[in-house]
Design a protein. Structure first.
Length: 242
């Protein structure tokens, strides 16, 4: 698989790359692992890698076998990231972030995984706001949620699952742009049975991948860019970016 030329983000040494077509999951794992090793060795720059996958289910380190409801529906993979079961497929923007957490990134301080995850949440929230969608956090639930103001029903629109190896991050976030939401029925997404999943398309928001990517890129600097305001993290692990 040949990646397009890397483009360095302004004022940083982070590469922002969009993979063409559908990226096989084993290829993504191998590419991330190689990049993480190179970043730690000082021979490669950090990377934000935007991909789409063919339909598949991945299991995080906390995944339970009984929460894979349809084991023969799609290929399944052990991801090595935190979290439980999730679905990846066409119409979902998966973003893999290989960042050296030994140093700060904008408003996120060095060596603070809780603040890093909070920063990823903030990034998705700010990107969604650009598309007219109010994304929200929920106590005790990782990821980004939206509320149907008419019914009060909650649904998940963005998933987060990270891994950190010698203070270099990999894996990342998944934003539902316009996937087939019926494919989530083969798992208990992130171990949460009480709430559903949704997408930009289902919400009637702009739902092309190019539009979503532009929103993600525009929101990046507000959280991880050089001029981002400092994050504050209290002793209980609650974090806020101003």
């Amino acid at each position: 698989m040949t990646a397009p030329p890397a483009i360095a983000l302004p004022d940083t040494d982070v590469e922002w790359i969009t993979a063409p077509g559908l990226t096989p999951y084993p290829d993504a794992l191998a590419a991330m692992e190689a990049r993480v090793t190179a970043i730690r060795a000082g021979t490669a720059s950090e990377r934000v890698w935007l991909v789409e996958h063919p339909p598949l289910y991945t299991a995080g380190t906390s995944a339970r076998a009984e929460e894979l409801i349809a084991p023969d529906r799609f290929p399944t993979f052990r991801a090595g990231r935190g979290g439980q079961w999730t679905y990846h497929g066409p119409g979902q923007r998966t973003v893999y972030l290989m960042l050296d957490l030994d140093r700060p990134h904008g408003g996120v301080p060095a060596r603070d995984i809780h603040c890093y995850v909070h920063g990823l949440e903030e990034w998705l929230i700010r990107a969604l706001a650009r598309l007219g969608v109010t994304g929200e956090r929920r106590e005790g639930r990782v990821g980004i949620w939206v509320v149907d103001r008419a019914t009060g029903a909650e649904a998940k629109i963005g998933a987060i699952g990270v891994r950190v190896s010698r203070w270099v991050s990999w894996h990342g976030v998944a934003l539902n742009v316009a996937p087939d939401l019926g494919h989530f029925a083969g798992i208990v997404p992130c171990g949460i049975r009480a709430h559903g999943v949704t997408s930009l398309a289902a919400l009637g928001a702009p739902a092309t991948m190019a539009i979503a990517d532009a929103a993600l890129r525009a929101a990046w600097d507000e959280v991880f860019g050089p001029a981002a305001p400092a994050a504050t993290c209290d002793s209980a692990g609650t974090h806020a970016i101003g």
